[in-house]
Write a protein that binds this ligand. Structure first.
Ligand SMILES: [Zn+2]
Length: 108
């Protein structure tokens, strides 16, 4: 971003005043800056480009929830979207297994 007073390029967005002229930024300035920068480059940085479940793993997680749990532990580092998919599949699988086992044991 640039200082609105002297147009000095400021590297850090965490600073509250211009290192060149000492111009103090207020909240209003930050809000206008945030609205101006429409590009989502900051958002993209935190999301892994490979953030999607691999192949049929969510389905495997559905059938064998324990594998889904292992996938969540070992394969979803910095992949919040993938983790969510696995978590849903694992929970759905666990519930389905719970229902199946309940029905089986209920008959005895
Ligand atoms: Zn300045």
């Amino acid at each position: 971003m640039k200082c609105p007073n002297c147009h000095h390029e400021i590297e850090s967005s965490l600073t509250s005043k211009c290192p060149n002229c000492g111009f103090k930024f207020d909240d209003e300035f930050y809000i206008s800056q945030a609205n101006e920068s429409e590009d989502t480059s900051n958002l993209d940085k935190s999301i892994d480009p490979d953030d999607y479940p691999t192949g049929g793993l969510p389905f495997i997680a559905l059938i064998l929830p324990i594998l889904g749990l292992l996938a969540i532990i070992f394969r979803t580092k910095n992949k919040p979207y993938t983790r969510k998919i696995y978590a849903i599949a694992t929970i759905a699988g666990a519930v389905a297994w719970g229902a199946v086992l309940f029905l089986i044991f209920k008959q005895w």
